[in-house]
Design a protein around this ligand. Structure first.
Ligand SMILES: [Zn+2]
Length: 76
């Protein structure tokens, strides 16, 4: 999947958003068929996806980083 930066006339695809799209997920069909997102919505989407695909609670992240400090970088 390719995400292009676009500058122009396409509206953000989020229905509730009236910004101009800055990022366009290439559909290989045409720009109007792409998923076009503005900076804000792209960021929100990224964060939302991050919560789905990296399901870590803040507590886990804290304890992981504490372990990492003890172990050093051996396991990375
Ligand atoms: Zn938007």
């Amino acid at each position: 999947m390719i995400i292009e930066k676009i500058s122009g006339s396409v509206k953000c695809d989020m229905a509730s958003c009236k910004n101009k799209a800055v990022y366009s997920v290439d559909s290989k069909v045409s720009l109007s068929q792409n998923l076009n997102l503005c900076e804000n919505c792209a960021r929100s989407l990224y964060e939302a996806l991050g919560r789905i695909f990296v399901p870590k609670s803040p507590q886990n992240m804290l304890s992981n980083s504490a372990k990492d400090k003890k172990r050093g970088k051996d396991e990375v």
